[in-house]
Design a protein around this ligand. Structure first.
Ligand code: MG
Length: 199
């Protein structure tokens, strides 16, 4: 019975793959999330390319904290669609009730990873609901995306924040200025025990 002594450990690749798969199953593409990033950042960085936006979305999605939030949110949406939650949670998530804000709180765990710029961006896309967010908020489809709309907005906001931090570092490097390594992302990386980002 040596198996009993092996500590629990989940393969990080499996979590990353499940995250990709479930986003895809729920009809959300990386391209669409990247389009939100472009919308948020193009006025600050006119030369920003879609490739950069997609890359930054991918980097955000490679973080375990983000993957955990994506999987948890999608799971609750799917269970609500199947009518499997207990009352009154079933009604609250099914109807995206105004007083139910746990979906947004979960999304904050994504935004948090990249610091305060992410909060401003998140608030902006959450209010405007552009592109993919408009579709996810369409209540006539029979699908429930109470969690996913906030999650997608948060991933876009986090990717925007990541770009802002990176661009600042790039600029300082170009100008030969001393560059402080301790940006929000570095701090988050160091404090996270679960982080598996191969960067
Ligand atoms: Mg929501």
């Amino acid at each position: 019975m040596t198996d009993a002594k092996i500590p629990y450990s989940l393969n990080s690749k499996a979590v990353a793959e499940a995250t990709r798969l479930w986003l895809q199953k729920r009809g959300v593409t990386l391209q669409e999330i990247a389009e939100l990033v472009m919308l948020l950042q193009k006025k600050y960085y006119p030369n920003l390319t879609m490739e950069e936006c997609i890359h930054n979305v991918e980097m955000v999605l490679s973080k375990r904290e983000v993957q955990n939030a994506v999987l948890t949110g999608i799971q609750l949406d799917v269970l609500a669609e199947e009518g499997k939650l207990f009352a009154p949670l079933q009604d609250m998530i099914e109807n995206d009730e105004g007083l139910y804000g746990v979906d947004e709180i979960l999304a904050f765990s994504i935004v948090n990873v990249y610091g305060s710029i992410g909060f401003t961006n998140y608030g902006y896309v959450d209010k405007l609901k552009p592109g993919v967010l408009e579709r996810l908020n369409d209540k006539t489809t029979g699908q429930i995306h109470t969690y996913l709309d906030d999650i997608v907005g948060a991933v876009a906001a986090a990717a925007s924040s990541r770009i802002a931090h990176r661009k600042q570092a790039e600029r300082e490097q170009e100008l030969g200025l001393p560059h402080a390594p301790e940006d929000a992302e570095e701090a988050a990386r160091r404090s996270s025990l679960e982080n598996t980002e191969p960067e």
